[in-house]
Design a protein around this ligand. Structure first.
Ligand code: AMP
Length: 317
């Protein structure tokens, strides 16, 4: 098993990443030479070039759970070198939000990363990523960043995209031209859509890989913020995934027009201890109502249970 390297600065990350990529490339070359030596004819082996080493990045805010682990395992399966970043990004939290009390579990996180065989973890301090304080120049998330989560959390997506842009640039520098993939959870559907747009709009040298939502056995979408829930709140929160599952059944059996969104909203509003923030059906690329051209339709919801905001979504068509 490879040793997990902890990098705390971009320079450390780049240096270690370049080294791991070099080692992976040497292994790939050795594998080809081994096949050649194993007596395969020149004809069999000649066209085969050593596989180019690839890098997978999984950006997180830590307090890692099975949802993160799924993204990281996917990255491990698909790449030669895997980098996980853990950074609670102050830029994406609004005033009065939970930045200070956001769960931080560094020891358990490192244990989980070692178990999966991650190569490198990037653990920068706030001053390291933002040495001059809050950055003057930021990515703006545009209209898509003002809808849903963006309208409830002004500036949130600008903060997300600014840090993701920075993490992608730092990792791409370390990957030095080797293919780079970055893994994002469908749990944060609007975030995935925005990151994909940013990558396209800025021609960033990375492929974004979306990963399906990971749920507990009872259907609750895994989230670091679930740690805030009391046992009663956790039970109450189940109305969210159950209502989305009903919408999905309606959508799959009767089509988009057969979905009763008002009944679904009422079901959530009537649940004890739960406040509905929004429940809508959108095109998951634009977050506008689906049109005839939409490839998918997504039921998208946010609720508040006690002091905790929870997000979830499900494909309905
Ligand atoms: P976070 O640490 O909450 O910023 O999440 C880091 C990444 O993990 C994001 O791309 C999330 O969308 C993803 N993620 C978090 N929870 C889940 C989940 N339950 N299923 C799939 N992906 C998730």
């Amino acid at each position: 098993m490879t040793e997990l390297i902890v990098a705390r600065t971009p320079e450390e990350l780049c240096a270690h990443l370049a080294q791991r990529v070099g080692q992976a490339e040497a292994r790939n070359l050795a594998a080809v030479e081994q096949r050649r030596a194993a007596g395969q004819t020149e004809e069999d082996v000649a066209p085969e070039a050593p596989r180019v080493a690839t890098v997978g990045l999984v950006p997180t805010m830590g307090a890692l759970h099975e949802g993160h682990a799924t993204l990281i395992r996917r990255a491990r399966e698909q790449n030669d070198v895997v980098v996980v970043s853990i950074f609670v990004n102050p830029l994406q939290f609004g005033p009065g939000e939970d930045y200070d009390r956001y769960p931080r579990t560094p020891e358990a996180d490192l244990e989980l990363l070692r178990g999966i065989g991650v190569d490198l973890v990037f653990l920068p301090e706030v001053q390291t990523l933002y040495p001059g304080g809050e950055p003057l120049v930021r990515v703006t998330s545009g209209r898509l960043g003002e809808l849903f989560e963006g309208s409830r959390r002004p500036g949130h997506f600008d903060g997300v995209l600014t840090v993701v842009n920075k993490l992608l640039n730092i990792t791409a520098a370390g990957a030095s031209g080797h293919p780079l993939r970055a893994y994002f959870g469908q749990k944060d559907a609007q975030q995935v859509a925005l990151v994909q747009r940013m990558v396209a709009d800025f021609a960033l040298p990375v492929t974004i890989v979306p990963v399906a939502i990971v749920r507990d056995d009872d259907g609750l979408a895994l989230s670091s913020r679930n740690a805030y829930l009391s046992a009663e709140e956790r039970t109450a929160a189940l109305v969210l995934s159950r209502t989305l599952a009903l919408l999905r059944e309606e959508g799959l059996s009767r089509g988009y027009a057969g979905i009763d969104l008002d009944a679904a909203r009422q079901r959530i509003e009537h649940a004890d201890g739960v406040e509905l923030d929004y429940l809508e059906i959108v095109d998951p690329e634009t977050f506008e109502p689906p049109t005839e051209d939409s490839r998918r339709a997504l039921a998208l919801a946010a609720i508040r249970v006690g002091a905790t905001r929870l997000l979830d979504n499900m494909d309905v068509v």
